[in-house]
Design a protein around this ligand. Structure first.
Ligand SMILES: O=C(O)CCC(=O)C(=O)O
Length: 281
């Protein structure tokens, strides 16, 4: 699969909105492989009794062990999307989190309740909300259609990565009022990249079909991977190609240069510009 050069329009849209849609990122065959692998992990969840009125009973957020299935491992270095992440962050990244999220239908007339709006990577907890740096990007892959409202897609507050304060919510509100809240219209195979600073939240699935997605988070190597990815699986490391090896945590010392991704971007002529320690005058 091909490395994609990030266009200047894509870069501008990503920095303006805090997210970028990549239509048709996965072809039909890859979607089928991922659904097959995902359904195996999700089998106990999919087989539960139907209870429409219990929020969260119908949500699965499955994280550990995903990479043990080949289809999920192949997705780690999937060139059409990961190449864009490398050009937006730099070569110095690794896979930070993995999640398979399935949402079964919920009662469409159930009363809406306060959602879990947040920013990722917990940076504001330590650094505050002013000038939150971009340190990670998640890729959300759709394995089913999200082509009507309230399908269970993560909703995003457009441009909120530039906000220097917490969100303001009315007492009985469920969403912020001073941002455009985007419930994107997406098809199976589409992907959405969103950066850690954008405010976003999970939503219930009010359709009559199961909503299926995979969300992989990439972050700078100096941000510790989620616990279930650390330490990396020794057998996977031995078998992995160089790019996958770097991404799944093969370079334990963060002073080791990110050789595999440096080679990758050099080959495609998009190497990031090194930042010097000083300039001579
Ligand atoms: O399940 C969802 O839609 C929410 C995902 C999310 O909040 C996250 O990945 O940080």
């Amino acid at each position: 699969m091909d490395f994609k050069k990030l266009s200047s329009d894509q870069r501008e849209a990503f920095h303006r909105d805090g997210f970028l849609v990549v239509p048709g990122a996965l072809d039909h065959h890859f979607v089928e492989r991922l659904v097959e692998a995902g359904d195996e992990f999700a089998a106990p969840f999919l087989g539960k009794f139907e209870v429409l009125d219990k929020p969260w009973y119908n949500d699965l957020d499955f994280r550990p062990r995903l990479l043990q299935k080949k289809a999920f491992l192949d997705l780690v270095s999937y060139a059409p999307t990961v190449s864009l992440v490398v050009q937006l962050l730099s070569e110095n990244i690794h896979l930070h989190s993995t999640a398979l999220t399935y949402k079964r239908p919920e009662n469409p007339s159930f009363k809406a309740f306060r959602r879990g709006w947040h920013r990722d990577l917990r940076l504001p907890r330590d650094l505050g909300h002013v000038n939150v740096p971009m340190a990670g990007i998640k890729i959300c892959y759709c394995l089913s259609n999200f082509d009507v409202a309230d399908s269970g897609m993560t909703i995003l507050a457009r441009g909120s990565h530039r906000r220097d304060e917490p969100l303001v919510m009315s007492k009985d509100g469920i969403d912020p009022e001073d941002f455009e809240v985007c419930d994107l219209n997406l098809k199976a195979g589409d992907a959405v990249l969103f950066q850690n600073g954008i405010f976003h939240t999970a939503t219930p699935n009010r359709t009559d079909r199961v909503a299926k997605r995979i969300i992989y988070g990439y972050a700078y190597r100096w941000l510790k991977q989620e616990i279930y990815l650390d330490p990396p699986d020794a057998q996977l490391l031995r078998q992995a190609d160089p790019v996958t090896r770097q991404l799944i945590g093969g370079y334990r010392d963060i002073d080791t240069r990110p050789w595999a991704l440096l080679e990758w971007t050099k080959k495609h002529d998009v190497r990031s510009t090194p930042v010097p320690w000083y300039i001579e005058i």
